[in-house]
Ligand binder design. Structure first.
Ligand code: SAM
Length: 349
């Protein structure tokens, strides 16, 4: 593919909502490294035209690794008897937020498995405490599928955003990744409900998950282009021991970077994290993610004693470093590619 042809395709993507499968296919599959470099440069330019060279921080607190679900890819799935289960208490979670605030974070992401101990009463009380103590911060929740009433109560208490990766926009692929008691239709329904309630919604998927094909990836891109989530978390699939997919190959860093750029072009304002999974598979994965159009980074605020237990995949990085070390390390990394970490909620614009 020539640069002129690629330019024509990216211009069409940027100016039009009617994207053909052929246009997208060319960008996902081209072996032309110049074309891929050009794709990343276009994505950077689009991101900078909206967000400048700012990179937003989201302080991540992994509050529980108990989960009632049995996703075939996930290291904290219910049937993994090797997972060393834990729950953080509310005071510890608040302390994590305080540490994050001291280090310039203005968004806290509380994430966990679908743990019955984090029912509505407990989560509402927790969100209320965080909202009262940090009125200038965004509160993001990521606790999987809940009832509409639960999402509404949490929103009314002060939560602003909800991360629920759609995992795949292809129902058959979803059924391959998940046990039969989980349903793609319900996942999608939850995303619609979150949107209706007023959350800034984060969708997303793993790159290179078992069973993923070129066709399912195109469906993911179409879904993002149409649903237009405010955030989209994508990172490579990384095999987790003691799961049904333990022997499957990891996803590719290169393909993840292409997809980040495509998402940036398809949905220019989207908030795109350069994920820890990307940093796990490549020593400069997060920097490369920023250079491919990402603009969010998620430092881990969980107490270091617990971080190794939230092992959703093998080899996860940043397990032992305290928050001040992480912040400094990320600052250096982001600077090295010409961007800055900013003290900002980092709302969708
Ligand atoms: N329970 C919540 C949910 O379902 O959204 C949040 C926790 S879940 C562990 C967060 C995300 O981790 C999932 O949406 C999935 O995409 C990602 N994940 C799980 N296992 C993974 C793996 N082996 N490799 C890469 N990402 C993984």
């Amino acid at each position: 593919m020539t640069t002129a042809e690629l330019n024509a395709i990216t211009d069409r993507i940027r100016s039009s909502r009617t994207i053909t499968l052929e246009q997208l296919s060319a960008l996902l599959d081209t072996a032309d490294t110049d074309a891929v470099e050009y794709l990343h440069a276009q994505a950077r330019e689009v991101a900078q035209s909206i967000y400048g060279t700012a990179v937003f921080m989201r302080g991540l607190v992994e509050v529980t690794n108990y989960c009632r679900n049995n996703c075939n890819y996930c290291g904290i799935r219910r049937d993994n008897a090797h997972a060393d289960r834990y729950r953080l208490d509310d005071d510890t979670i608040l302390d994590c937020c305080r540490t994050g605030y001291e280090h310039g974070m203005r968004t806290f992401v509380l994430q966990g498995g679908e743990d019955g101990q984090f029912g509505d009463a407990r989560l509402v009380a927790l969100v209320a405490r965080i909202r009262a103590e940090f009125p200038d911060c965004a509160i993001t929740l990521s606790f999987g599928e809940r009832s509409r009433d639960s999402y509404q109560r949490l929103f009314d208490t002060g939560a602003n955003r909800y991360l629920l990766r759609h995992e795949t926009a292809d129902a058959r692929h979803y059924a391959y990744l998940h046990p039969s008691e989980m349903s793609w239709e319900h996942r999608m329904e939850c995303l619609r409900q979150l949107r209706e309630i007023g959350y800034q919604v984060g969708a997303g998927f793993m790159v290179g998950s078992p069973g993923q094909t070129h066709a399912t990836l195109l469906q993911d891109l179409r879904f993002v282009a149409e649903f237009r989530p405010e955030m989209c978390g994508i990172g490579p699939f990384i095999a987790a021991q003691h799961t049904p997919f333990a022997d499957q190959p990891d996803g590719s860093v290169e393909q993840t970077l292409r997809l980040l750029s495509l998402l940036r072009l398809l949905h220019p304002h989207v908030l795109l994290p350069a994920t820890t999974a990307l940093g796990t598979l490549h020593p400069r994965g997060r920097e490369l993610g920023i250079l491919a159009g990402a603009n969010v980074i998620m430092p881990n605020l969980s107490p270091t004693d617990y971080r190794p237990k939230y092992s959703i995949y093998d080899g996860k990085i940043c397990l032992g470093d305290d928050v001040s070390h992480c912040r400094h390390c990320l600052e250096m990394r982001i600077h090295s590619v010409g961007y800055q970490l900013v003290v900002d909620r980092g709302d969708f614009r």
